[in-house]
Design a protein around this ligand. Structure first.
Ligand code: UD1
Length: 368
């Protein structure tokens, strides 16, 4: 079996790591890096830390407006897909690299599989939502992390090829958990008590009034806030002539081990990242989500995550009740999603597509 895997942005490197490791035990993987993320701190650091094999090709698309970035990927990817003739094209998550991989495969009539299918924010003004919806509607195999993701697909009429396999980010995190430490966080200057934060969503940092509101939320925190700065956010601050509040310690973008160590030892995490909301639950750190909704609604169960938007009062109130709440982290799913994905890819496409969704998995207590 030959699989072309398409990755391009930071969260996709994390998701691909455990799947690629499983896949290479039984199949020939050809790894395509679109080049959407190209800074060392956003790209090669993750390959090194997670032991991901070198990409077979880097399409080198770089940054640009959505149409240009996605169009360049599609054009260059088509050449690769025609040459490689894979049995499967495997795409991850919801970035422009996901959409380009999906379109490239579908236009050539190749089998397409989507890891992290079925998530929805129900906001078509988010580029990620457009990428998710289109990719899901083109996919032959849809690997859902949660029962709710399966339901979201059914509501859009997608039932064939849908498999609930759990979350590959659990596999990725469990692989590195022994390497996380307070010493790593301290080496960044973060000695408890402190908060960790990230902010990079286009809808939060591009409009100046939203970015200003986000800075007010951070300024309302009663302890130092350690915040690795995404290049999009750094550029937006410059553009709008804004600066970080005095209690914010801006850091360069961090690798996976440093970031997870920072989160693991924080009083709480403030973030607009989807992946970090789950990682914080797994690490037992309470989260304030700086958005008006979350695709990962399961993290809201049990008091580990609160959606606070960009309202300092809501953030302060949520922080007080979060800290008072005795909830601890729960492993949302057992590890094993990567193996389930590879097993499904090995079945003939027609039999995979007729499989009913797997039964919902119970969340199991996390042994911390
Ligand atoms: C992308 C994804 C987003 C994901 C995020 C993770 C889309 C539509 N969005 O957003 O879902 O959460 O990745 O980080 O695909 N830049 C650099 N160096 C780089 C890459 C980008 O400086 O290596 C700068 C460029 O100025 C660029 C900006 O960051 O214009 C945004 O990069 P882009 O890849 O377009 O989107 P992200 O905000 O990273």
């Amino acid at each position: 079996m030959k699989v072309v895997s398409v990755v391009g942005a930071r969260p996709q490197f994390i998701k691909a790591a455990p799947v690629s490791a499983e896949l290479r035990k039984v199949a020939d993987e050809y790894l395509v890096h679109t080049g959407q993320h190209y800074d060392e701190e956003l790209s090669s650091t993750f390959f090194a830390e997670l032991g991901i094999p070198e990409p077979d090709v880097n399409l080198g698309v770089g940054s640009g407006p959505h149409g240009q970035q996605t169009g360049r990927m599609l054009e260059r990817l088509e050449v690769v897909l025609l040459a490689e003739k894979p049995d499967w094209v495997l795409v991850y998550g919801d970035t422009n690299s996901t959409l380009a991989g999906a379109l490239g495969a579908a236009k050539l009539g190749l089998n397409l599989a989507h890891v992290e299918a079925g998530l929805r924010s129900f906001r078509r003004d988010m580029p990620e939502e457009v990428n998710r919806v289109l990719t899901d509607h083109l996919s032959d195999l849809l690997f859902c992390p949660t029962p709710r993701a399966v339901d979201n697909l059914a509501a859009e009429g997608i039932t064939g090829g849908v498999l609930q396999v759990g979350d590959v980010m659990v596999d990725a995190l469990e692989q590195v958990r022994p390497r996380l430490s307070a010493a790593r966080a301290a080496s960044l200057g973060a000695v408890p008590p402190y908060f960790a934060a990230t902010l990079h969503r286009a809808e939060n940092v591009d409009p100046p009034e939203r970015l200003r509101a986000a800075l007010e939320v951070l300024a309302a925190m009663p302890q130092p806030v350690f915040l690795p700065v995404h290049p999009r956010t750094a550029a937006a601050l410059d553009r709008h002539g804004l600066t970080w509040p005095a209690n914010v310690q801006a850091l360069p973008p961090l690798g996976y081990l440093d970031m997870l160590s920072l989160v693991a030892h924080a009083e709480a995490l403030l973030t607009d990242s989807g992946g970090l909301q789950k990682e914080a639950v797994l690490l037992g750190t309470k989260t304030l989500t700086l958005r008006d909704e979350t695709e990962w609604v399961e993290t809201l169960d049990g008091g580990m995550n609160s959606v606070v938007g960009l309202d300092p009062e809501a953030a302060r109130a949520a922080l007080e009740s979060a800290i008072a709440d005795p909830a601890t982290g729960r492993l949302l799913f057992p590890p094993g999603a990567a193996a389930a994905i590879v097993a499904a890819l090995r079945r003939p496409p027609s039999s995979s597509q007729q499989d009913p969704p797997s039964p919902p998995q119970e969340s199991v207590p996390l042994d911390r």
